[in-house]
Design a binder for this molecule. Structure first.
Ligand code: CU
Length: 342
């Protein structure tokens, strides 16, 4: 055992000494060479830069092209076209700057690679140049921000009085949808009224609520301004209507809103996308719990005539729950009794 260990240690030592000798011979060889001599690797490295530039730009083109199949179709709302234009302009400006800087960055090492005939210039400072490359991007960015801010101010401005109001309530894990009835006014609600039947907590003390109805899907007439009144009852959800470029958080205890005007009907979009099964959708875009994926509702954009027809068929919540008002009155009487006893 001891002999075997000694032999192994000896072999390792001999190999280590041989490796060291080889390394020393190598280093002596390098030291002997003329340090100013430019080797062929100078040219190879110089050429690799433009090659990398072409390959890199080619890969960018490929990845954009390959991903484009997943891009959303054209915006189906009026403000959506504006936000898309802002996005594309910003992308264009940033991409142009990216291409110009990378063309310079990757071609300079090729054109200005080391040459014995040339001497490097020392250029430490230039005020005008520094002012220019600080001011130009600052101005461009400021213009982009101002246009974006103006668009956002327009989009989030209060809806007009004639806007169609629709209420969306997020809960784990579904969307509840409420429409005003013929009076075009949504009734009040109170979370204290929420029970197994009255899932949105509609307050029937408010007469405006009497003809309100709940829908399984969102149906909207094309070209009509819609005001979404958004709330949540448990955790933060988020109203996402990607085709209309709408995204607004649904926050418990803090109602939010969003207005938009759909501009392309579902059937027109089916033709445009060449997909007869195409549907607009409402999704939750807040990871709100284990059933988050199920928070999807179909959105139908139809002509005014089709919308009117759909509206005629809808039954108010009270019509669908005829016994509810008796319960409501009983509950109210109970509440009043408790209040009086105090
Ligand atoms: Cu959610």
């Amino acid at each position: 055992m001891t002999t075997a260990l000694l032999i192994a240690t000896g072999i390792i030592l001999i190999v280590a000494v041989l490796a060291l000798v080889y390394r020393i011979i190598n280093l002596v060889g390098i030291a002997k060479e003329d340090s100013n001599k430019v080797t062929f690797s100078n040219k190879i490295n110089g050429a690799l830069f433009p090659i990398l530039l072409v390959v890199g730009l080619g890969l960018i083109y490929w990845s954009y092209n390959d991903a484009s199949q997943y891009f959303l179709p054209e915006a189906a709302s009026i403000h959506g076209k504006e936000t898309d234009a802002l996005f594309n302009i910003t992308l264009g400006v940033v991409f142009a700057a990216f291409v110009v800087t990378h063309l310079l960055l990757f071609t300079f090492p090729f054109f200005f690679q080391y040459s014995e005939k040339r001497k490097a210039d020392f250029y430490p400072h230039n005020d005008k140049l520094e002012i220019a490359w600080t001011a130009v991007p600052a101005i461009v960015m400021a213009v982009l921000v101002i246009f974006g801010w103006r668009a956002w101010a327009d989009i989030t401005a209060p809806a007009s009085d004639s806007a169609l109001q629709v209420e969306l309530m997020g809960k784990q894990f579904a969307w509840e949808i409420r429409y005003p009835g013929k009076d075009l006014k949504l009734g009040k609600y109170d979370v204290a009224n929420i029970d197994n039947t009255n899932s949105m907590g509609i307050d029937f003390d408010d007469v405006n609520a009497n003809d309100d109805f709940m829908a399984r899907e969102i149906v909207l007439p094309v070209g009509k301004e819609v005001e979404l009144k958004i709330r949540a009852i448990d955790v933060i959800h988020s109203v996402f209507l990607p085709h209309f470029r709408v995204k607004m958080d649904a926050v418990p205890g803090m109602p939010t809103r969003f207005k938009f005007t759909p501009s392309i009907t579902t059937s027109e979009m089916r033709t445009k996308t060449n997909n007869p099964k195409f549907n607009y959708e409402l999704a939750c875009t807040e990871v709100c719990g284990y059933g988050h994926f199920g928070m999807r509702r179909i959105v139908k954009i139809v002509s005014q005539a089709e919308y009117d027809e759909w509206l005629m068929k809808q039954k108010s919540w009270l019509e669908k729950n005829p016994d509810y008002m008796a319960t409501w009155e009983a509950k109210k009487a109970e509440k009043d009794a408790v209040a009086q006893a105090r």
